[in-house]
Design a binder for this molecule. Structure first.
Ligand SMILES: [Ca+2]
Length: 147
């Protein structure tokens, strides 16, 4: 899973809207519970000395101890203290181009396969080409640089 938080003062998670039938006020849910689904707010100035769902247990956890108040109806209960980027492994087959669309028995064709390392690590991996369940060829891609 790719998890990157916003670098400015907009939340990285999509808010969920709850409609209240009586006064039609809209309250957005800005977090997804403890300890996931939080956002980084560049103007949050709370402290981080506690932990836990109620932020009342000893020890810091990277989450502000007090909610980030957005407006009178909205708050992020678990604002992040810092901007985190979690590195990911992400290799992809980005293109497969056969030299022919029809090939007869005993004839050959070339297949050009493009792979890309779209993650954050240098990768070594195998690319295997199959015809149905029969392995045609495996190539090892060594030390593919990250994006
Ligand atoms: Ca905390």
């Amino acid at each position: 899973m790719v998890r990157k938080n916003s670098s400015n003062n907009t939340p990285n998670t999509q808010s969920k809207t709850l409609k209240l039938p009586h006064n039609r006020a809209r309250i957005n849910v800005w977090d997804d519970g403890y300890p996931s689904g939080r956002n980084y707010w560049s103007d949050y100035n709370g402290m981080d000395e506690k932990s836990g769902p109620n932020q009342d247990l000893p020890g810091s956890d990277g989450i502000g101890d007090t909610p980030y108040v957005i407006d009178e109806n909205n708050q992020d209960r678990y604002p992040l203290m810092a901007l985190y980027i979690v590195p990911v492994h992400d290799v992809a087959v980005t293109n497969v181009i056969p030299s022919k669309t029809v090939v007869g028995h005993g004839y050959s064709l070339n297949i050009n396969i493009t792979v890309a390392n779209q993650g954050d690590y240098t990768e070594t991996f195998n690319v295997t080409l199959y015809a149905n369940t029969t392995t045609i060829e495996t190539k090892q891609i060594t030390n593919a640089l990250f994006r």
